[in-house]
Design a protein around this ligand. Structure first.
Ligand code: ADP
Ligand code: MG
Length: 246
């Protein structure tokens, strides 16, 4: 396992500026910011994410889980593995030090088996977030229009039904309002059949914050907040990935 100066610096200080994180990744020849770095950047942009720590060994992972509190979540951190759960790289609902230790071993074993060539930087440790309606916000750059934001509900609705909306950055308040309301699944956010309604105003502000963030950092090429847990009061990004321009 290689050392990761960026992750280590974040773990220790928690204070690296956004531009520093981007610069350091580029200097290390990487275009992908891992989940820990991505969440750090989002936090600085005022976007709510789960607390997160990078652990480069089993003991570190256990110590981090103790500090953050149980139940914990462990995830593989590798610039070569984009879809962590596809290879068994996400372990949810870990309730004790033992379970965290075992999850760590399982993640390392599954990575070795399913992605033998991947460079593994460690695991991310985070608290288990209360389940909620899952939404996603994405950013991609269009050749003609530049950065474009996407909004949709997580999982099958996006993947199979392509029930998503798009707007060009920078977003106006009205764009954010419309983007959320024009997806077909909008009634789900209003609390369909007893489901917890989402805090739509928070989601609107989230879109505006992402738009600002993207505008301020033209060296960000792609961004994926998938999923964001949308609650009655607030929202939290539980997974994040940022890709830089090369
Ligand atoms: P990937 O998209 O790379 O497979 P994710 O980080 O999105 O991995 O994790 C997969 C799923 O696990 C998420 O869609 C979410 O439902 C759940 N999950 C991830 N992190 C947390 C967390 N901190 N708390 C609760 N559930 C989580
Ligand atoms: Mg994800």
């Amino acid at each position: 396992m290689g050392s990761n100066p960026i992750g280590a610096a974040i773990g220790m200080e928690g204070l690296l500026a956004t531009t520093d994180i981007i610069k350091m990744a580029k200097k290390a020849g990487r275009n992908t910011l891992n989940e820990v770095e991505s969440k750090q950047l989002l936090k600085q942009a005022g976007i709510n994410t789960t607390e997160i720590k990078l652990a480069t060994g089993k003991d570190e992972a256990i110590a981090a889980a103790k500090k953050l509190g149980f139940p914990a979540v462990l995830k593989i951190v590798s610039p070569d593995i984009l879809h962590k759960s596809d290879i068994g790289g996400v372990k949810l609902n870990l309730n004790s030090e033992d379970e965290v230790g075992r999850a760590y071993d399982e993640i390392m074993a599954t990575a070795k088996k399913h992605a033998p060539k991947a460079k593994v930087e460690g695991v991310s440790v985070q608290p288990m977030a209360r389940p909620a309606t899952e939404v996603i916000i994405g950013m991609n750059k269009d050749q003609q229009f530049g950065p474009v934001l996407m909004f949709g509900l997580g999982g099958i609705l996006v993947e199979v039904l392509k029930d998503v909306s798009f707007r060009i950055v920078p977003l106006a308040k009205r764009d954010a309002r419309e983007m959320i309301r024009e997806i077909k699944a909008y009634p789900v956010l209003e609390g369909y059949r007893g489901q917890e309604p989402a805090d739509v105003e928070t989601l609107e502000n989230l879109l505006l914050k992402v738009s600002d963030f993207v505008e301020k950092h033209p060296d960000i090429k792609e961004m994926d907040l998938n999923p964001i847990f949308a609650y009655r009061d607030g929202a939290t990004a539980v997974d994040a990935r940022i890709i830089l321009e090369s």
